[in-house]
Structure formats: C-alpha cells, structure tokens
Design a protein. Structure first.
Length: 193
C-alpha cells in the first residue's frame, strides 16, 4: 500500500486584540510597538522548518516587497492573484503567480511536490477558511486595540471547529495560541451534541 502524503495548510499571523491584521490605512507599523529581542522568534523558525512553500495574496506580496529588506523567504512562494500578470524582475526566480479556484491551485502546487503550505494574507486566509482548507493556525495577539482596519476573520457560512493546542506568552505581553482544525467525520453526531 502506498504511503499517504500529509497535506497541511497552516497560518502564522499576528493580530491586534480586536482581531485586525492591518490598521484603517492598511498599515502594519503597530506590529513594532513592542521591541522584540533578536533571540526571540516566537516559534517562527520552527514553523517555517515544517512547511514546503508559501501561498500569499497579491496585497501581502506587495507589502513584503515594500519592506526595506532582502527577500525574506528561502522556500518557494506562490502569489495567489487573478489580477497580477507579472512580478518585478528581481522576484522572478523567487515567486510564481498562480490563479484559479483554490482546489485547483492546491492541486497545481501539490503536483510540484509541495504539500505543507504556509497560507498568508488576510483575503487569502479568509478564502481558504471559506473553503474549509485551513488545518492549523498560530495566531499572535499584540496588545493594541486598532478600532478598525482589515480583520483576520470575516463572516463565515458555517462554523469551523478548531482544537486549542497551546498558548504561550512572550515578553509578558504578546499572547500566541495554536489551533488545529477538528475535521468532522460524522455530521449527525456533531449536531446532536
């Protein structure tokens, strides 16, 4: 019998206390309100070591390109966009544009040998959640109330149950929780609980 390949779509993202991933102007400067020493990565390196590739939306890609840093990813990056047709020349060998229904997008990425994916960007995460395609989430809450902006979660057509795995506190201020999707195999027993 052939070994089954584990496929896993994961999220690693920060939000404000009130659940926003960017402020009313699309800014993310508030993420730097708490200085984080270089020796504290809040599990990011471990998370990245467990993924094969990234899938991010166009806005997230453009935001990362706007940072005054070298390209931060060593793994393949797929840009999910129906409007983007090309990327700046310096990113051509670093990213690939991919489009279409999410199940087809995942099929294309899996055919390239990438099965454990980091899903990044608000709209992209919301699209994956809408299709029930997120298996694992690490959500880091920064102690700030933004009062508006881009929310991590939007209205869903149905509830999605997640199991809380653990919560850690960093620098006595930043709260990070891990969740794993609880897949229901018997819907009727779930409804009668």
């Amino acid at each position: 019998m052939k070994n089954k390949i584990e496929k896993r779509n994961s999220v690693y993202i920060a939000t404000s206390i009130d659940g926003y991933i960017s402020d009313k102007n699309g800014g993310i400067d508030w993420l730097d309100t708490i200085p984080i020493p270089a020796n504290i990565d809040m599990g990011y390196d471990k998370f990245m070591s467990q993924i094969d590739a990234l899938v991010m939306g166009r806005i997230t890609f453009e935001t990362v390109c706007g940072f005054d840093i070298d390209w931060p990813y060593q793994k393949p990056v797929f840009i999910l966009s129906n409007t983007l047709t090309e990327v700046p020349e310096k990113y051509v060998d670093k990213v690939k544009i991919i489009k279409g229904p999410l199940t087809e997008v995942l099929k294309q990425i899996h055919l390239k040998g990438f099965y454990k994916l980091y899903i990044d960007g608000g709209t992209t995460i919301q699209s994956f959640l809408k299709e029930d395609l997120i298996d694992f989430m690490i959500i880091t809450k920064i102690p700030i109330l933004l009062g508006g902006g881009s929310p991590l979660f939007k209205l869903m057509t149905k509830p999605l149950d997640f199991k809380h795995l653990k919560t850690e506190v960093f620098l006595n201020q930043i709260v990070q929780s891990q969740y794993e999707r609880k897949k229901q195999t018997n819907t009727s027993s779930y409804l009668h609980k």
